[in-house]
Design a protein around this ligand. Structure first.
Ligand code: IZC
Ligand code: ZN
Length: 412
C-alpha cells in the first residue's frame, strides 16, 4: 500500500541546509516505506492508483518523525520519593552519594525479570510513539553487574523487533560505581572493559558506549581510559559531559572523536570551540535542567552561534527527567534556552539523527529517506511550540505505515 499526504498547510522538511525548508500547501508521496516525492499544490494524478491511501492534512503541519537521541529507557521502579528531598535543596549528587538516586534505580532494576522490564518499557515506548517519537536511543546503566546490564540490553534488542519505534542501543555501565565496587573504581572499570564490553560488542547489544563523566562519578582521566578501550573494540562514543561541575568533558569528547556530548550546562568556551571544530553533536536536555531545580540551562545560543550542531532529547529516566514526551522538551528548549521553533524541530530530527549516526536514513523529509513522519494538528511550526502542555499529534507514520491515528495507537 502506498501513501500520499496532500494539502498539508506546512511541511517542515528539516533538510540539512540553512534554508528554512518550509513547504506550504504541500504533498508527500510514499512508496515501499520510503519518501518518493515531495511537492507543492496538486498531486500528479498518475500517482493515485487504487492501491494508495490518501491523507488530507489541510490545516496541519508535517515534520519528520521525532528522534529521542538520549534516554535511559530500560529501568525498574520510580523515584518520586526524591521530590521532597529536592524541594528542601538536597543536591542530586548528594542523593547519589548517600546510596539513592541512580543506585536506588539499580536495586529496582536488578529485581525485575527481562519480561517485566520489557512490559514497563513497552508502556514508555507507546507513550513516546503517541507523542511523535519514531526513533529512540536507549542506554543501559541501571544494572551495572554483568547479568543485569545484559538483561537490559537484550530487552531493548527484543523490543526493537516487537515495537514500531526503532531503538538504538548504548552500553552505559559507566553510569555509577556499583556497591560491590565501592571505593574500587579501578576494579569496576577493569570489569567493564574486560568482561562486559567485549560481550556487548560481540553480541550486537550496543552500538555506542556512554559515560557519566562527573565529579563523584567517573573522572575525566577514567572516562578517557574507558573511551579509548571502547573505541579500540569498535564502540562509537557518547559522553554525559559538564552537567553539574565544569570538568572539561566537552573537550574530552572532541579529543576522543565522540559522536556526541550530552547535557553541557557547565560547558566551557573552549569546549564549545572544540566541539564545533571536531563536529561533536551537542545533545541538550532542557527537561533535566528544569527538573534539577537549579535554574541553569545549557548555553544553546552560544553553541549555535559558534557552529555546534545542537540536538535535543528527553533524557527520559526515573530521576532527573521522568517524561517520554518530546513536545514538553520543546517548551523547555524555547523558554529555558531561547531556541527558535525551527531550531527546536531540527534539534529533534536531523540534528538528533546526526547525534546517533542515522543522518543518512532519517531526520528529514527528503526523497529516499524512511517515511517516518508526524502530522501535528497545528496550522504552522510556531503553533506546535507556542501551545504547550498538550499532545498535538494527529498521526504518526513509521516506515510508511500509519501507526497513530487521531492521537491513538493503532493496535494490530
Ligand atoms: O537516574 O539519575 N544524570 N544519569 C546521569 C541520570 C541523570 C539518570 C538518573
Ligand atoms: Zn542521561
Amino acid at each position: 500500500m502506498n501513501l500520499i499526504i496532500k494539502n498539508a498547510s506546512n511541511i517542515i522538511t528539516c533538510t540539512d541546509s540553512i534554508s528554512d525548508g518550509v513547504i506550504e500547501n504541500g504533498y508527500i508521496i510514499i512508496k515501499d516505506g520510503l519518501i518518493k516525492s515531495i511537492g507543492i499544490g496538486t498531486i500528479p494524478s498518475c500517482l493515485c492508483d487504487g492501491n494508495t491511501n490518501i491523507i488530507d492534512a489541510k490545516g496541519q503541519t508535517v515534520i519528520p518523525g521525532l528522534i529521542d537521541s538520549h534516554t535511559h529507557l530500560i529501568h525498574g521502579g520510580s523515584r518520586e520519593n526524591e521530590l521532597n528531598m529536592k524541594l528542601t535543596g538536597v543536591p542530586y549528587i548528594d542523593i547519589l552519594e548517600s546510596g539513592g538516586g541512580i543506585l536506588s534505580t539499580v536495586r529496582a532494576t536488578r529485581e525485575l525479570s527481562k519480561e517485566q522490564l520489557k512490559d514497563k518499557s513497552l508502556k514508555s515506548l507507546n507513550r513516546m510513539l503517541i507523542h511523535g517519537t519514531t526513533t529512540v536511543e536507549a542506554k543501559s546503566g541501571y544494572g551495572l553487574d554483568f547479568d543485569t546490564e545484559i538483561k537490559c540490553l537484550e530487552a531493548a534488542k527484543e523490543l526493537k523487533l516487537e515495537h514500531p519505534i526503532d531503538i538504538v542501543s548504548t552500553y552505559m555501565g559507566a553510569h555509577a560505581i556499583p556497591p560491590e565496587y565501592k571505593d574500587n573504581s579501578k576494579g569496576y572499570i577493569d570489569f567493564m572493559c574486560e568482561d562486559v564490553m567485549p560481550y556487548v560488542i560481540e553480541n550486537g547489544l550496543g552500538e555506542f558506549l556512554d559515560i557519566f563523566c562527573e565529579k563523584g562519578v567517573f573522572s575525566v582521566d577514567e572516562s578517557e581510559y574507558i573511551m579509548q578501550k571502547a573505541k579500540d573494540m569498535g564502540f562509537k562514543l557518547k559522553i554525559h559531559a559538564d552537567e553539574i561541575i565544569p570538568l572539561k568533558g566537552a573537550e574530552l569528547a572532541a579529543k576522543m572523536g565522540a559522536i556526541s556530548a550530552e547535557h553541557l550546562l557547565a560547558v566551557s568556551d573552549e569546549g564549545i570551540k572544540d566541539m564545533a571544530k571536531s563536529g561533536v553533536t551537542a545533545i541538550l536536555l532542557p527537561g533535566t535542567s528544569f527538573y534539577l531545580m537549579t535554574g541553569k540551562f545549557a548555553p544553546a545560543r552560544k553553541m549555535i552561534e559558534n557552529g555546534v550542531r545542537v540536538a535535543l532529547a528527553t533524557d527520559y529516566n526515573p530521576g532527573t527527567c521522568p517524561t517520554e514526551n518530546l513536545q514538553s522538551i520543546m517548551t523547555f528548549a524555547c523558554f529555558g534556552m531561547k531556541m527558535t521553533p525551527l531550531e527546536i524541530i531540527k534539534g529533534m530530527t536531523i540534528n538528533a539523527a546526526y547525534g546517533i549516526g542515522r543522518e543518512k536514513e532519517i531526520g528529514s523529509i527528503e526523497i529516499g529517506k524512511k517515511a517516518d513522519l508526524v502530522i501535528f494538528d497545528c496550522p504552522n511550526l510556531n503553533y506546535i511550540v507556542y501551545h504547550f502542555g498538550i499532545n498535538h499529534v494527529d498521526k504518526v507514520i513509521k516506515n510508511g505505515e500509519v501507526v497513530v491515528d487521531k492521537g491513538n495507537l493503532i493496535r494490530k
